[in-house]
Design a protein around this ligand. Structure first.
Ligand code: ATP
Ligand code: MG
Length: 263
């Protein structure tokens, strides 16, 4: 990352560094142009959330870890933005949880699929599903190329971790009977609303926490993991995330101008 570009004192230096990394990933043909717009949408919600992991975010991370550990055939879905931001974390999560990695793109091109596969392999992945002809199965109810998935991966998965995903595809997976876990900073998106578990957090912050939760819960009895899932309520978690955003805006508005700007 070219850190010379970002002044260390900049109040949002971290966010700008990530923005630069994702922009460079467009040049490397890992991220689609539409991925930049999706990233901007995420940034806007993160700004409102306060750029911190919240308690509803943490509850969703714990429930996701329980689902992944209990799954018979868990799949981690990787699109361009996910690969650009967290390739290493995805490889680590797949190793510690015996999950498979699948390249799963909204805007499919063979070139991008291979670029993402290479990025994951560089990060230590042994096998990557969903590349080229391997993505020969279809998500029902979805039209066009957006429905292609790997018969050895998402198609036969019981649990799919599919962050930063499109709403139609999430709905298609849920209707196929899969348990869908997602990360989405927008609690109002159709993906956030359709998924079984929605982690309303930046994927950059959520992944290390999800990895530690999987490590911690791997030693816990299956019955306890089932109880975590049974007690989890995604609608409530989404409401809590929205209330945090609303209250934060409210308190900032009440304080008045909060940046030290002399107009
Ligand atoms: P939907 O199709 O679910 O109704 P959408 O069309 O607005 O939503 P998509 O582009 O389909 O959005 O999906 C990308 C989602 O990922 C957006 O909701 C965006 O807020 C979210 N997002 C983008 N970057 C991040 C990030 N770094 N961490 C978490 N979420 C993110
Ligand atoms: Mg969408």
């Amino acid at each position: 990352m070219d850190e010379a570009h970002v002044e260390k004192k900049h109040p949002r230096a971290e966010s700008i560094k990530i923005r630069e990394a994702i922009t460079r990933s467009v040049e490397a043909n890992v991220v689609a142009l539409a991925g930049l717009i999706a990233h901007g949408r995420g940034e806007a919600f993160d700004y409102i959330l306060g750029e911190k992991t919240t308690s509803p975010g943490m509850k969703a991370i714990t429930a996701s870890a329980a689902y992944i550990i209990l799954a018979e055939h868990p799949i981690l879905s990787v699109n361009g933005n996910v690969a650009a931001l967290c390739a290493e974390e995805f490889v680590e999560l797949s190793k510690i949880s015996n999950s498979k990695l699948e390249v799963n793109l909204f805007h499919r091109t063979l070139e991008r699929e291979i670029a993402i596969e290479n990025l994951l392999k560089k990060a230590g992945a042994d096998k990557v599903l969903g590349v080229g002809e391997a993505a020969s199965s279809r998500i029902q109810e979805i039209f066009s190329d957006r429905r292609r998935v790997d018969p050895e991966g998402i198609f036969k998965a019981d649990v799919v971790f599919v962050p930063l995903e499109d709403g139609d595809r999430t709905q298609g997976l849920v209707k196929m009977g899969k348990k869908v876990l997602t990360v989405d900073l927008n609690p109002l998106s159709r993906t956030a609303q359709w998924a079984n578990v929605t982690i309303v957090d930046n994927i950059i912050r959520a992944m290390p926490l999800l990895i530690s939760e999987v490590k911690r819960l791997k030693t816990v009895k299956p019955l306890e993991l089932k109880a975590i899932i049974k007690n989890y309520d995604n609608k409530k978690v989404l409401s809590e995330a929205m209330i945090i955003m609303e209250q934060r805006l409210h308190s900032l508005a009440e304080k008045g101008v909060y940046l030290d700007i002399d107009y």
